[in-house]
Ligand binder design. Structure first.
Ligand SMILES: Cc1cc2nc3c(=O)[nH]c(=O)nc-3n(C[C@H](O)[C@H](O)[C@H](O)COP(=O)(O)OP(=O)(O)OC[C@H]3O[C@@H](n4cnc5c(N)ncnc54)[C@H](O)[C@@H]3O)c2cc1C
Length: 324
């Protein structure tokens, strides 16, 4: 006999960082009877378990900046709890501009940050070097420092949301794929699973790359395109410590941070590979991604002028997925 509830106030489809974060926020806001469905046996099984965990608040609009600031506040609160915390490290971030156009963009972002109430400052290359002694900032035209940025462990964040949401009454069912959303007279009436229908009036679609198919079950075409993203982690090396700030060099399409005593480096591919969600079904997975060593090697080449040590570091692991 299934332990699946027959009714819920709100059903969330998808147990990644987004779905679990929404469950946590709803429970914290006092919303009762929240039920999350995850098709895999574990939570954070898809994109969230592969993410690099960089948390950046400097954005192009005040609203997005304030949303990111609110996230940081949440991570600080969760980290203050002894158990089930997200591994949040508020190490700061350095955003490096290599040309004048980027400097102007950073100036615009700083103005947005000022308006949003986020503290940032331009620092000189020597000060940047004090934050990241192994890096060579001589090519930098500007460096924007944000002390309250940082990074976390995305799987730990997801599990922290779950642990705290559970304590506040939210329920989580794994190995329970949602098959479709039921509508009557244009209103949501429930979610279908293999064990039957869960009646509800509100559904939150947090199914990641499958959000397209869930929306399709009520006749909506979500304009989402999963795009391949990958990063590598090297072997341990002297001088790499967890408290080094996150670095972003958009002109080299790069980001990096320390992962314990190793280097984590990823980037934005100039010709990012995408997959059309119409090409796979709700019951199937997006195409498997093998590590693309040509792209990962290009990240390392892009980084070498700024961090020559990368040439000496062996590769330990590659993370990849289809963020939407
Ligand atoms: C290599 C890499 C690095 C990244 N680095 C960063 C970073 O540094 N910072 C950052 O902010 N973001 C980063 N991202 C992006 C980030 O990972 C995603 O934005 C985030 O994880 C999306 O979370 P999600 O919950 O929406 O999706 P997912 O984690 O994909 O969760 C969706 C869940 O829905 C479930 N599901 C699907 N269909 C159904 C169904 N029918 N019924 C029930 N459950 C279903 C899936 O199994 C899955 O668990 C990175 C992504 C990748 C791939």
């Amino acid at each position: 006999m299934s332990g699946q509830p027959k009714t819920a106030n709100i059903v969330i489809i998808g147990g990644g960082a987004v779905g679990c974060g929404v469950a946590y926020s709803l429970a914290k806001a006092g919303v009762e009877d929240v039920l999350l469905l995850e098709k895999e046996p574990t939570l954070a099984a898809a994109t969230s378990g592969q993410a690099a965990g960089l948390v950046g608040q400097v954005r192009n609009s005040v609203e997005r900046t304030q949303l990111a600031m609110w996230s940081v506040q949440t991570f600080c609160e969760l980290q203050a709890v002894d158990t089930a915390n997200p591994g949040w490290r508020q190490v700061g971030s350095l955003r490096v501009a290599l040309n004048d156009k980027r400097v102007r963009e950073f100036e615009g972002m700083k103005a947005v940050a000022d308006e949003a109430g986020l503290e940032t400052e331009f620092i000189d290359n020597a000060a940047a070097n004090e934050h990241w002694p192994l890096m060579d900032f001589s090519a930098a035209k500007a460096v924007l420092w944000c002390a309250s940025d940082g990074y976390l462990q995305p799987s730990d964040l997801t599990m922290a949301y779950v642990a705290h949401a559970r304590k506040m009454g939210a329920q989580f069912l794994t190995s329970t794929p949602a098959r479709s959303i039921r509508l009557e007279g244009g209103r949501v009436t429930g979610v279908e699973t293999d064990a039957g229908v869960i009646e509800c009036k509100t559904v939150i679609n947090a199914a990641g790359a499958h959000a397209f198919h869930i929306a399709q079950s009520v006749g909506l075409e979500l304009p989402i395109v999963p795009v391949r993203h990958e990063f590598f982690v090297t072997v341990h090396a002297d001088g790499l410590v967890p408290d080094l700030p996150v670095v972003r060099i958009p002109d080299a399409s790069l980001y990096l941070r320390a992962e314990t005593n190793a280097l984590l480096c990823g980037g934005w591919e100039p010709e990012g590979l995408s997959t059309d969600p119409r090409g796979f079904a709700l019951t199937a997975e997006p195409p498997a991604i093998d590590p693309d060593y040509e792209v990962l090697g290009w990240f390392a080449e892009q980084l070498a002028p700024h961090l020559p040590k990368v040439n000496d570091l062996g590769l330990r692991s590659v993370f990849r997925g289809w963020p939407t």
